[in-house]
Design a protein around this ligand. Structure first.
Ligand SMILES: Cc1cc2nc3c(=O)[nH]c(=O)nc-3n(C[C@H](O)[C@H](O)[C@H](O)COP(=O)(O)OP(=O)(O)OC[C@H]3O[C@@H](n4cnc5c(N)ncnc54)[C@H](O)[C@@H]3O)c2cc1C
Length: 415
């Protein structure tokens, strides 16, 4: 089969890898508009369930992904003037650029042809392709070129956010809510790679305008945010430039599609669906889509129509609850001010319960997990279960895993 993937993000590369692993005879090309190593955004978080998928599907790239990831433990929620609270648990994070480097190298090693610096405007040149995968992200040109063939709807969230980096290293997932004369503003921060962290800043539109972010330049914006978040950043700098691109304020767009394919064109990852970043699941969903499509094609002996129909039905059904949870999460953060009149422990509890009602005993458990000795015990328990999961997946022992590559903070002039 001749397959063209438009877009070399996680969805496009991982589909190329997964389909080549199942049938090396496929002729697969990934076309990416950016040069190698250039991508938007900083780090992404993920959990054990994604590592399970990676190790089951392709242990070779999974080992590299795990080696380049950082483990973070607990979520720390601080509210200015009301202290800090903790939510138990752990996750992983890695730089988006490192993930894409690993996937691109693996795809090329498996015989995938990768064309960088090639922006696709029209599908005319691919008339002889058997399958065209639109893996070109949330603003997919391929999807848009189809007019209303996919039944696309686009909804824009109200909160402005900006995706930044910082040279402060966080070893937990930190939420810091700060009060300003114009209203509350908060950041979500987590490790990206050794020495650097991701820092997403968000606030309501009113606060954003009140702080003058609609009129400030890039440099002025950074300096103001550094002042506001001086305490959680511990005086460290914020970094705007990531691989040559300056971060800009944006608003989240939720993409849904009533159909994920038309003829021989199929939507994958963000081109098909987006989920609000407070759920931290977009990359995982793109990877799951990629594996699912590759497996369904293989199971259907390359009967394209049957395969795409099946992918469309199964993919959309699996996505439904995740997208609903993401919508609830986005709405909660758009109204976070409502909960900020309470102490940090109660606020953190409300935040953890944003997906639905919790039984009353949960609150007592939450209070108990604020006690340092109990937190230590829980961390020990999680280390044990993490060790078991890693063994089951066949992860290399930590001493043999390669340490994450230390990312170089850009020069001050670049921030
Ligand atoms: C602020 C923020 C934080 C996030 N944090 C997380 C997180 O913690 N965890 C998580 O799992 N997810 C997170 N996500 C979501 C995640 O980034 C996306 O869901 C994921 O990147 C989707 O992968 P994709 O391959 O479908 O699309 P993309 O990663 O967007 O890749 C699309 C690719 O297509 C290329 N392209 C676009 N148009 C063309 C064209 N015309 N021709 C050729 N190439 C083209 C682009 O250059 C890009 O490389 C976050 C998103 C945001 C906005």
């Amino acid at each position: 089969m001749r397959i063209v993937c438009v877009g070399g993000g996680p969805a496009g590369f991982y589909f190329a890898i997964s389909t080549k692993l199942r049938d090396p005879a496929h002729e697969v090309t990934v076309i990416e508009r950016d040069p190698p190593g250039a991508t938007y955004g900083w780090g992404v978080v993920y959990w054990d369930n994604l590592l399970d998928v990676f190790f089951r599907n392709d242990p070779a790239s999974a080992r590299d992904i795990r080696a380049q990831s950082t483990l973070w433990q607990e979520q720390r929620i601080s509210v200015e003037g009301a202290g800090a609270a903790y939510l138990a648990g752990y996750g992983f994070s890695m730089q988006r650029a490192a993930l894409l480097d690993i996937l691109a190298r693996r795809a090329i090693a498996l015989g995938v042809r990768v064309e960088y610096r090639h922006e696709i405007d029209d599908l005319g040149p691919f008339a002889d392709a058997d399958l065209i995968v639109a893996s070109d992200g949330a603003n997919s040109r391929v999807r848009q070129a189809g007019g209303d063939l996919f039944g696309t709807s686009v909804t824009t969230g109200s909160n402005p956010y900006i995706w930044l980096g910082t040279d402060r290293f966080f070893d937990s997932f930190a939420f810091a809510f700060e009060r300003t004369p114009a209203g509350w503003i908060w950041c979500h921060a987590y490790p990206s790679s050794a020495g650097l962290s991701t820092c997403i800043v968000e606030c309501t539109r009113r606060t954003w305008e009140g702080l003058g972010f609609d009129e400030r330049g890039d440099e002025d914006t950074l300096r103001e945010l550094e002042k506001i978040f001086a305490e959680p950043l511990d005086g460290h700098a914020l970094i705007s430039q990531c691989r040559g691109r300056t971060a800009r304020w944006q608003r989240f767009t939720e993409i849904t599609n009533q159909r994920w394919y038309h003829d021989n064109v199929v939507l994958l990852g963000d081109a098909a669906h987006t989920t609000h970043f407070t759920l931290g699941s977009g990359t995982a969903l793109a990877i799951v889509d990629a594996v699912m499509l590759a497996q369904i094609l293989y199971d259907n002996n390359d009967d394209l129509t049957a395969a795409l129909r099946s992918f469309d039905a199964r993919g959309r059904m699996a996505l439904h609850p995740v997208q609903a949870a993401a919508r609830t999460s986005m709405a909660w953060f758009e109204q976070a001010d409502r909960y900020l009149d309470r102490d940090a422990v109660s606020f953190a509890y409300a935040m953890a319960g944003r997906h639905g009602r919790q039984p009353p005993w949960r609150y007592q458990v939450h209070r108990a997990t604020q006690v340092p000795a109990i937190r230590r015990a829980l961390r020990g328990l999680h280390s044990g279960s993490r060790w078991c999961l890693a063994r089951r997946r066949g992860e290399p022992a930590p001493s043999r895993a390669k340490p994450p590559v230390r990312a170089e903070p850009p020069a001050r002039a670049d921030r």
